[in-house]
Design a protein around this ligand. Structure first.
Ligand SMILES: O=C(CO)COP(=O)(O)O
Length: 248
């Protein structure tokens, strides 16, 4: 049985004030049966690790380097994140694929670094509006999934989490309907099962894109949707926790 996971991707938002006002109630919440994960920007990770200490809430980063430690100015190695108490790392988010021109090969290299450091990669996949309108959703999503999955051992595969985030639904207020999202999640799980049935049954598949307290329960009720990767609504403690309750 897969546990539900509600993950907050703060993107490039936050401050020490927000960190405190958000993580105090989140770390004290005792009534949730789902896993919680918060992914603030790099500068706040150390303080977040301190605030979340012994709370059971996981801490994630939003990216890591594709290479181990060394002469890579401005990069942050997966090993450094692990040493700070980070357990998860978001990789291949569509904003990085778009603004930083990250392609499948780079995402794979980062996934390998994350795995080597003992981090759980949250690999984001999803089609743009143009691709959706051209009927290419399945092709694009499965290409992005398989570019990573097929290059890993079965044991490594079992460490992954995938997040299906249709690009047209991110920050737009447009959410995929539960049926639309389930259809893509089911395609992803079937593709993973062709590679390794046991691991595919265990891998958490998150949905992301304008998830709010109001639409979360109907999305999370679908058989292959194991929680959400939340952007805007994760910046508000009561909304984030309400989404956690919808998953519990
Ligand atoms: O990109 C997202 C999470 O990674 C989704 O963002 P929103 O929830 O703001 O649409």
């Amino acid at each position: 049985m897969r546990q539900k996971l509600v993950a907050g991707n703060w993107k490039m938002n936050g401050s020490f004030d927000l960190l405190k006002s958000l993580l105090e109630p989140v770390s004290q919440e005792k009534g949730l049966s789902c896993q919680l994960l918060v992914c603030p920007p790099f500068p706040y990770l150390a303080a977040a690790a301190d605030l979340l200490k012994s709370s059971g809430v996981f801490l994630g980063a939003q990216d890591c380097a594709a290479t181990p430690v060394g002469a890579y100015t401005g990069e942050v190695a997966a090993e450094m994140l692990a040493e700070m108490g980070v357990s998860h790392v978001i990789l291949g988010h569509s904003e990085r694929r778009h603004y930083q021109a990250e392609g499948d090969a780079l995402v794979l290299a980062k996934v390998k670094q994350a795995l080597a450091a003992g981090l759980k990669p949250v690999v984001c996949v999803g089609e743009t509006l143009e691709e959706k309108q051209a009927g290419q959703t399945a092709e694009v999503v499965l290409r992005q999934v398989q570019a990573v999955a097929t290059q890993l051992s079965s044991e490594q595969l079992g460490q992954l989490i995938f997040a299906y985030e249709p690009v047209w639904a991110i920050g737009s207020g447009l959410t995929a309907t539960p049926d639309q999202a389930q259809e893509v999640h089911s395609l992803i799980r079937k593709a993973l099962a062709e590679q390794d049935q046991q691991q595919a049954a265990r891998i958490q598949l998150l949905y992301g894109g304008s998830v709010k307290a109001e639409n979360a329960a109907s999305l999370f009720a679908m058989p292959d949707i194991d929680g959400g990767l939340i952007g805007g609504a994760s910046l508000n403690a009561s909304q984030f926790l309400a989404i956690g309750h919808a998953a519990s």
